[in-house]
Design a protein around this ligand. Structure first.
Ligand code: DGJ
Length: 732
């Protein structure tokens, strides 16, 4: 790893073993992107990639007429108003109404390690994953604004982390109307665009489309990263598949409104951009103030989409997740939501807990309904004190009983919300986002608290501090069940209303930060109607996320497969639930439900008391098997093999850290009459090693090339829909 500066050519070259990232200072002081791809020599300059020349309808850099044009030179962080005519990376409104800016290179510095971002989640370097950071400073004379571009390169991962900082040093106040985290200009358009889209209960399905001239974009203006789109995109070569070929992944470490966009120019160049969505965003800066954009991560792979995922998984597990639960095995849990919904008593909860403990479950999670007047979803949010009618002996007694069963205790909260039927609302009817003269849009009968207002934030913090400091709570599920509407604050000035969406996210982070510091032993799981806020920003605070409200094993194949493009298994909550499934009414075997749930942080979410004796034994075996391989199922190297988006046979594998065990999940969605012969081709085995499976021995190279034969009778469910098989390859 290194950061080279060629003084003569004013050229920066960031490199590690796998990749190079090169840009240089143009004659007008702007920065031009020259190269991003596989590692190239540092022995030479790449200034020959600065292509000039005359073209019609082109404006040029002054003094370089008919030669150098910002319209055609690839920009490093494109500014508006000086020749570049694509969507810029940022835009600054000034006191005279101008939006023009002209940031010129001043100086650079290199620091070892990685910058942290004030108030924002970000990746960090460690002794095992060292990084170096280049900070390039630019300055705009007219507004007297400093712009810092931060680039951190990791030595053992093909990762470059970027963000920008705007610092106002001049006397005039400026307003940022756009401040993306990066733009990446590429020299050709021979890519396909990948993103993870969906909706509630159908999150992060993989979408692939060819690039065409003009703009393609995904975004969220909902206040959270959303279940409809994930703040991520990848550009892959058309011939790239899961296992080979070039792909660039771009992910935003942020949990609010975002824009991810690709613009193909008429000259077949590409500008990829990602950052906070410029709509509904503005940020005022007066002298001495600064604005830090969220971090964007660039990951480069020549090893196909799985190579990209391996890099993201390592990065997130080792350099994003923090605290005591980093790298730690996660407990098998039982969550009472689908077992009881709101209809529970202390007795019911304890019966369920007893049964769970007897089967080997390690953590009991008391979901929605334990607080305030919460008998259904119409009341109680905002009142984080126990409901004495439902739990007459209080939380301490329940927790003690559950701890007495040898299980940890977890609790559900939804701190960002209020119901109008709550004490909090009755005391503070103006604490949610709304405009006093306009209608308000309820969603699940609830409203979003104005977290941009400090008094609101403090009240919720105090309530949660009280809850967590006075009870022996081991786990918290932090939910968020609606999007933001009517985002107006009666507590803020007119000029700050554009800041609300971002301030909201900053204070969600601040609350997470405080609580995780106050209670470092607690395992936090984030949730937003399932996976509507599954993003790297929240992973920084909560190392696991409830992947989706959809617990159907077959639907989960697509959801978990797509989620794994970016997120590691340790971060994905995956539960066995009842059949017929509550979301899609499908009936699948307990075996298949177990085999899908194993690949993630496993739990149960059903009334265990309704299981037959045979099913009880099966659950016990599932849990024992999972515990035996838990480190591998949560932290092993996960590789996708056969895609649910392409066919009815789905497969994936996970390899243990010591490489001695490979566990393959093999699933059939719908059966086909007179089905063809099937083989599975595992990946990343040791070529020379001998692996054992069902009493037979196979060389690694043979398994990878000739494959393993899968017969219909191998499936416990036999020749049937929704059957599954778990193949355990053991190195001799
Ligand atoms: C949505 C979550 O995704 C569910 O798991 C459950 O916690 C409900 N909210 C409770 O209201």
């Amino acid at each position: 790893m290194g950061i080279q500066f060629r003084k003569e050519e004013q050229e920066f070259h960031l490199f590690n073993e796998e990749m190079s990232y090169i840009f240089s200072v143009l004659p007008n002081g702007h920065l031009s992107q020259l190269y991003y791809g596989p590692r190239v020599s540092t022995e030479q300059s790449y200034s020959y990639l600065i292509q000039g020349g005359q073209r019609s309808l082109t404006s040029y850099i002054e003094g370089y007429e008919n030669d150098l044009s910002l319209q055609h030179l690839r920009q490093e962080y494109a500014c508006y108003g000086t020749g570049d005519v694509l969507s810029p990376a940022f835009e600054i409104a000034q006191e005279d109404g101008s939006r023009l800016s002209h940031f010129k290179y001043q100086e650079y510095r290199v620091v070892s390690g990685k910058s942290s971002l004030t108030g924002l989640p970000a990746t960090y370097s460690t002794t095992d994953y060292p990084a170096e950071t280049l900070i390039v400073e630019l300055f705009d004379d007219v507004t007297q604004t400093v712009l810092e571009l931060h680039y951190s390169i990791f030595s053992s991962l093909p990762v470059l982390a970027r963000h920008a900082v705007f610092r106002q040093v001049g006397e005039q106040s400026i307003t940022l109307e756009r401040a993306l985290s990066l733009n990446l200009d590429l020299p050709d358009k021979d890519y396909e665009w990948i993103h993870l889209d969906g909706a509630w209960s159908r999150e992060r399905h993989i979408q692939t489309s060819p690039l065409h001239q003009g703009v393609q974009s995904i975004y969220s203006l909902k206040g959270t990263s959303s279940s409809e789109h994930n703040p991520f995109m990848a550009l892959k070569r058309p011939q790239t598949d899961e296992h080979q070929g070039e792909v660039i992944g771009i992910s935003l470490v942020y949990s609010g409104n975002f824009l991810a966009q690709v613009d193909v120019t008429p000259y077949e160049q590409v500008r990829a951009s990602i950052g906070i969505h410029p709509d509904r965003f503005s940020w005022s800066l007066s002298q001495g103030q600064e604005f830090v954009t969220p971090e964007a991560l660039l990951v480069y792979s020549q090893k196909g989409l799985n190579g990209l995922s391996h890099a993201f998984h390592s990065l997130f597990n080792h350099c994003l997740v923090r605290g005591e639960w980093k790298g730690k095995e996660r407990p098998v849990l039982i969550n009472n939501w689908e077992a009881t919904y709101f209809d529970f008593t202390e007795e019911k909860i304890l019966e369920l807990a007893k049964e769970a403990a007897a089967l080997g479950v390690e953590l009991f999670v008391l979901d929605d309904g334990w607080f305030g007047e919460r008998y259904n979803d119409q009341a109680g949010l905002g009142d984080w004190q126990v409901n004495p009618h439902k739990l007459p002996n209080g939380l301490p007694s329940l927790i003690q009983n559950i701890h007495g069963l040898g299980m940890k205790f977890g609790i559900w909260i939804e701190p960002e919300m209020v119901n109008k039927d709550s004490n909090l609302y009755r005391q503070h009817p103006d604490w949610h986002f709304h405009h006093p003269k306009r209608f308000q849009s309820p969603s699940r009968y609830q409203y979003v608290l104005n977290f941009a207002e400090d008094a609101v934030f403090e009240n919720i913090y105090q309530q949660l501090y009280q809850l967590l400091s006075s009870h022996d709570i081991d786990y918290v599920k932090w939910d968020m069940n609606r999007y933001l509407t009517e985002v107006f604050s009666v507590h803020h000035q007119a000029e700050n209303q554009g800041e609300l969406f971002h301030r909201y996210v900053l204070n969600v982070y601040r609350l997470y930060d405080r609580l995780t510091q106050d209670f470092p032993q607690i395992l936090f799981e984030s949730c937003s109607s399932g996976g509507a806020r599954f993003d790297p920003g929240l992973l920084y605070y909560a190392p696991q996320t409830w992947t989706s409200d959809n617990t159907d094993a077959i639907e989960r194949l697509s959801i978990q497969y797509g989620t794994s493009v970016l997120y590691p298994l340790s971060s994905m909550g995956s539960h066995v639930s009842a059949v017929p499934n509550h979301q899609v009414s499908r009936i699948t075997s307990l075996t298949t439900r177990g085999h899908v749930s194993h690949f993630g942080s496993m739990g149960y979410e059903l009334n265990l008391l309704q299981l037959s004796e045979e099913e009880r034994q099966q659950v016990k075996e599932q849990i024992n098997f999972y515990k035996k391989h838990r480190a591998t199922f949560q932290y092993g190297e996960f590789t996708r093999l056969l895609s649910p988006f392409e066919q009815d046979i789905v497969a994936w594998q996970v390899k243990s850290a010591d490489t001695n065990t490979v566990l393959i999940g093999y699933y059939r969605k719908l059966i086909q009459a007179n089905e063809g012969f099937k083989r599975i081709y595992p990946k990343h085995l040791d070529e020379e090693a001998i692996y054992e499976y069902k009493g037979q021995s196979f060389r690694g190279s043979s398994l990878m090339r000739a494959g393993l034969v899968v017969e219909p009778q191998d499936f416990e469910a036999g020749f049937a829909d929704f059957a599954s098989l778990l193949i355990e390859l053991k190195k001799r």
